[in-house]
Ligand binder design. Structure first.
Ligand SMILES: Nc1ncnc2c1ncn2[C@@H]1O[C@H](COP(=O)(O)OP(=O)(O)O)[C@@H](O)[C@H]1O
Ligand SMILES: [Mg+2]
Length: 267
């Protein structure tokens, strides 16, 4: 399933959250860097050590053939066993206008016959060349937000815009980074009117490993951030799958009126 992550304003930690989730995902996953402002993972977590073709080059290659084949060949391993892989983003954001987001989203949604999950880091909502087509094809759109008053205000406007852009079939939800500064998950859920799937705590040290490639200390894998990311990953899968099964007609359904659409409660 394709899950889009995005933010309303500022830099709440979409890329860090996406990476923490991908590294903690309990089944095969690709972190796709679709932020039109450019990809950060190779220069951050990857410390600039792995040169790779960015999205623009994949676009160019795909004009001559099958995009899925080109994508698959360019995915990089994020972990030892290759369960988590990375589709590196734009090396130069100037290329964002040339990416065919709809074609890319459709290929990502069907990656490995749909058996590989894709976490798409779409960046900030109102950025030029934002990949709206990815939101439209996603099983879930997850807004990553901080917990301050200004973050929650910006998130409220972003949710209204996301509702308009996605048309309502996929799940619309939120994840809170650094909850309790000062608002809690339930307070934020109430303000936004969408389910809050969970949160990631403030953990500057572990976050810097992910966002800036600071060497991981002995306690990194047991850090608050990475421990919580494992719980969050499982919860994201559970909530998105529950939403999807609610949308699917029961086996003996004869009337489309039995389908629930737009239910925003967590299943
Ligand atoms: N849970 C967290 N705790 C502490 N700092 C965090 C957390 N998540 C992200 N950060 C920090 O916030 C900054 C922005 O993160 P980033 O993921 O690049 O944001 P975005 O993708 O939203 O622009 C980075 O310095 C990162 O280390
Ligand atoms: Mg980012």
């Amino acid at each position: 399933m394709l899950i889009a992550l995005c933010s309303a304003k500022g830099a709440p930690g979409v890329t860090t959250t996406g990476l923490a989730l991908a590294l903690s995902w309990p089944r095969p996953v690709v972190l796709a860097e679709l932020d039109p402002a450019g990809g950060d993972v190779l220069a951050g977590y990857g410390r600039g050590e792995t040169p790779a073709d960015g999205l623009a080059e994949i676009e160019f290659a795909a004009r001559r053939g099958d995009l899925i084949r080109h994508l698959d060949a360019r995915l990089l391993r994020l972990d030892g066993d290759g369960q988590a892989r990375l589709l590196p983003g734009l090396a130069d954001p100037a290329g964002a206008g040339h990416v065919n987001w709809d074609r890319l989203a459709s290929s990502l949604a069907g990656l490995d016959g749909g058996t590989t999950d894709v976490l798409a880091d779409c960046g900030r909502l109102r950025t030029e060349h934002f990949p709206t087509a990815v939101l439209e094809r996603a099983a879930a759109v997850v807004l990553v937000t901080g917990s301050s008053l200004r973050a929650v205000r910006a998130a409220t406007h972003a949710i209204a815009e996301l509702r308009a852009r996605t048309g309502g079939a996929g799940l619309l939800a939120a994840v809170v980074v650094r909850p309790g500064e000062p608002y809690s998950e339930p307070e934020i859920g109430e303000a936004l009117g969408v389910p809050v799937i969970g949160s990631l705590p403030r953990d500057v040290k572990a976050a810097a490993v992910l966002s800036d490639g600071i060497p991981a200390g002995r306690l990194y894998s047991q850090s608050a951030l990475m421990r919580t990311a494992r719980t969050l990953a499982t919860e994201v899968i559970r909530v998105v799958e529950a939403h999807r099964s609610r949308l699917a007609p029961p086996p003996d359904a004869t009337s489309p009126s039995t389908i629930t659409v737009g239910d925003s409660r967590v299943g």
